[in-house]
Design a protein around this ligand. Structure first.
Ligand SMILES: [Mg+2]
Length: 350
């Protein structure tokens, strides 16, 4: 971490395009029976009984990640999580991914091995197959594009558009931590620029930094809901921030929502670090991105099934569209929720 030197090891040109992809994927094994043919032919062949969901996401160096503090292995892992999160947000099971990367000759074979080690780790942990991909050279930087494929019974697929007035708004895990992890890493990067011999002491921020660098997609939540016999009425994953996602659900479902400040799930490390940075923790929870938690709505009759579950927090309820989207503060004020997203939040601070 915070090392600017790239050891020149094996140059990418030494393996050539075909040698490289074979080399990088040679340890990948097949876990899904729906994968009839993986890497090694013109195209992969998949066989799914039920509808398939497909999603794709691209991560670009300098826009979505900074290699001065993102280890390549974590980056590979995160790139997979970002995509799986969208599959789980459809209440589906993720089964396959394809991975394409472009990179400049500043990257060595060993660097790409690290990236693929993270991808491999994510794939085996989440029980998905890497069934294809491409590598190509670029003038500058590194880009990773992943397409994820999943499947679900037609009646279980959950859209953003199904929320109804009086439904409860539920979120998994806790929010805001990934954003504060980013704040900590950016602060340490500035310290390192001034004094390259300084070693960052990140111990008390471990949880936050992990949430930023190595997030976990919530594979367990659709499984848990299935077990509890709860079918969400609408669902979305939190990539841009709670505000922006509740607005997506409200607009797509043509409803309003009230969220309660005192119900927003926060980790103690988040609260302490917000105090240290003099940031309002509620603002961070609403607008900090990259939590990759799931935000969903359920019928009130299902409340008893999820009540007290440590993975889930009920944070509000759905209203009629004309009532708008509001945060009810601890002081019982009703504030309109606007989408800021983590990018614009950064801009406001500068
Ligand atoms: Mg999403």
């Amino acid at each position: 971490m915070f090392s600017n030197t790239e050891d020149s090891k094996t140059k990418l040109s030494e393996l050539g395009e075909f040698g490289l992809i074979d080399h990088l994927t040679k340890h990948f094994s097949i876990q899904q029976s729906s994968t009839l043919k993986s890497i090694g032919d013109d195209a992969a062949v998949l066989e799914h009984k039920d509808p398939i969901v497909v999603t794709t996401d691209m991560l670009v160096e300098g826009i979505h990640f900074d290699l001065s503090y993102s280890p390549l292995k974590h980056l590979g892992y995160k790139a997979v999580m970002v995509n799986l999160s969208d599959v789980y947000a459809m209440n589906a099971k993720a089964t396959q991914i394809t991975v394409s990367i472009s990179c400049s000759n500043r990257f060595t074979v060993e660097a790409l091995e690290e990236l693929y080690a993270g991808i491999h780790h994510a794939a085996s942990l989440y029980n998905i197959d890497v069934v294809g991909g491409d590598t190509t050279s670029a003038i500058k930087g590194l880009s990773i594009s992943i397409t994820a494929i999943g499947t679900a019974k037609k009646e279980k697929i959950t859209y953003r558009s199904g929320a109804k007035p009086n439904d409860l708004v539920v979120v998994s895990g806790d929010l805001g931590s990934a954003f504060m992890g980013l704040k900590v890493l950016e602060r340490e990067k500035e310290v390192f620029k001034v004094n390259p011999n300084s070693q960052p002491d990140l111990e008390k921020y471990t949880y936050l930094v992990e949430r930023q660098l190595k997030p976990e997609a919530r594979k367990d939540i659709p499984e848990l809901l299935e077990k509890l016999g709860v079918l969400p009425t609408a669902m979305i994953d939190i990539s841009d921030g709670l505000s922006s996602e509740i607005i997506h659900i409200s607009k797509n479902s043509n409803v309003g929502a009230n969220l309660f400040e005192d119900k927003l799930p926060m980790d103690p490390a988040l609260i302490a670090t917000c105090e240290e940075f003099e940031l309002d923790s509620t603002t961070v929870v609403l607008n900090g991105g990259e939590d990759y938690e799931l935000l969903f709505t359920i019928d009130q009759k299902d409340y008893d099934k999820i009540k007290g579950n440590p993975n889930l927090s009920v944070i509000g309820h759905i209203t009629e569209a004309k009532e708008g989207i509001h945060l009810i503060t601890r002081a019982n004020q009703k504030l309109p929720i606007q989408a800021m997203g983590w990018n614009s939040m950064d801009k406001e601070e500068n």
